[in-house]
Write a protein that binds this ligand. Structure first.
Ligand SMILES: NC(=O)c1ccc[n+]([C@@H]2O[C@H](COP(=O)([O-])OP(=O)(O)OC[C@H]3O[C@@H](n4cnc5c(N)ncnc54)[C@H](OP(=O)(O)O)[C@@H]3O)[C@@H](O)[C@H]2O)c1
Length: 336
């Protein structure tokens, strides 16, 4: 069936400027790291992506290695673009990244110019695109001069293969250096993609302040802590959950300590008429350093549930105080 985007899609979600750029991003964006590989039905993937766009989610985030297998999420998204979203290309912000292990040999990961530019070409080819809107260095490479990595990003812009560039998983000092090097090359750092959620609060220690000061946007990934900042595990571990179906979080995370805090947070969320997922997003988006919360979803129902957070009342001081004892950085040693 021919897809026609919902005519009221731009009333469905607020947008915020990415730093001091001209680019507006939806307050909630959709990432295809999990649930969009060859292990998932393409029809479900299509339903989620199209539903997101119908709800005004103009930004879809990818990376070279998303799958499984690596590359398949870009390929599958390319199929959805070709079948449904091609007429809407100019309404979409599509990002990709390179940095993690993608192909064999010394040129298949990290931050060399050789790897980044070859990977960008591969991503464009998998998605069937002439350009991505945002191209990221996915992680800081301690062994490659940052000038080389940033030079590759600048080249991606100058060659027309990316409109903007970003960095991900860089700490505050690395971010300041990357920003300055790009600026010298005449390219503005559009955005940073760090992990931030109720159980990983590291960006509060200085990174967010740096982003606000530099005028760089912040799009925070895993704002639902991969499902742990939701009610997904409060009554046992579902067989279709990420804990069971992926390698990223194992069942040891679902221990008594975690459950006590998650249940307390769930009670606070219910007290304000939200699901825990919605409150987790409302909490994440409260920070001035956060332009957009970058969620994942394994179903349209989850997506719909999460997107309601875009219109939620801000948390009151009393609610923030009640949340604070349970918003524990590195809870259950979740993050390295
Ligand atoms: N730059 C980086 O290094 C990096 C790293 C990781 C992620 N990312 C980006 O961030 C995106 C999001 O990451 P993420 O998938 O970890 O995000 P997340 O939003 O923290 O977790 C998504 C998972 O939470 C569960 N969920 C989602 N909505 C729910 C709801 N309303 N109620 C209950 N459970 C819900 C689902 O788990 P089930 O699958 O169990 O249903 C879903 O797969 C990625 O796709 C990627 O684009 C970037």
């Amino acid at each position: 069936m021919v897809y026609h985007a919902a005519s009221d899609r731009y009333d469905a979600i607020p947008y915020r400027r990415s730093g001091r750029s001209g680019l507006l991003l939806p307050r909630i964006s959709l990432g295809l790291w999990n649930n969009f590989g060859d292990d998932r039905e393409l029809s479900v993937q299509r339903d989620i992506v199209l539903r997101a766009f119908d709800r005004g989610v103009t930004h879809i985030d990818l990376a070279n290695n998303y799958g499984p297998p690596p590359g398949s999420a870009e390929q599958n998204f390319g199929k959805i673009l070709a079948s449904d979203l091609r007429p809407y290309r100019d309404e979409l912000i599509i990002s990709s990244k390179a940095g993690f292990d993608m192909w064999a040999g010394p040129y298949g990961e990290w931050g060399s110019r050789k790897y980044l530019l070859a990977s960008l070409d591969q991503s464009l080819s998998r998605m069937g695109l002439d350009y991505v809107d945002i191209f990221y260095s996915h992680r800081f490479d301690p062994d490659t001069p940052l000038e080389e990595t940033m030079g590759a990003l600048a080249h991606a812009v100058q060659s027309g293969k990316a409109l903007y560039v970003g960095i991900s998983n860089y700490d505050e000092e690395q971010t300041r250096r990357a920003y300055a090097i790009l600026k010298d090359m005449g390219v503005t750092l559009l955005i940073h993609q760090p992990r931030y959620n109720l159980f990983d609060r590291r960006p509060e220690a200085g990174l967010f302040d740096a982003l606000v000061e530099l005028g760089v946007g912040g799009i925070v990934y895993s704002p639902l802590a991969q499902g742990l900042a939701t009610d997904r595990y409060l009554n046992g571990i579902p067989n279709d959950s990420r804990v069971r179906t992926a390698n990223w979080i194992d069942e040891n995370r679902i221990n008594d300590d975690y459950l006590a805090h998650a249940r307390a947070l769930n009670d606070i969320a219910q007290g304000r008429g939200q699901t825990l997922a919605q409150m987790a997003l409302t909490w994440t988006m409260r920070h001035p350093g956060v332009t957009s919360a970058l969620i994942g979803a394994s179903s349209v129902a989850q997506l719909d549930d999460s997107l309601k957070a875009a219109h939620a009342e801000p948390l009151s001081d009393e609610e923030l105080e009640a949340i604070e004892p349970h918003a524990i950085d590195q809870l259950v040693g979740l993050w390295s």
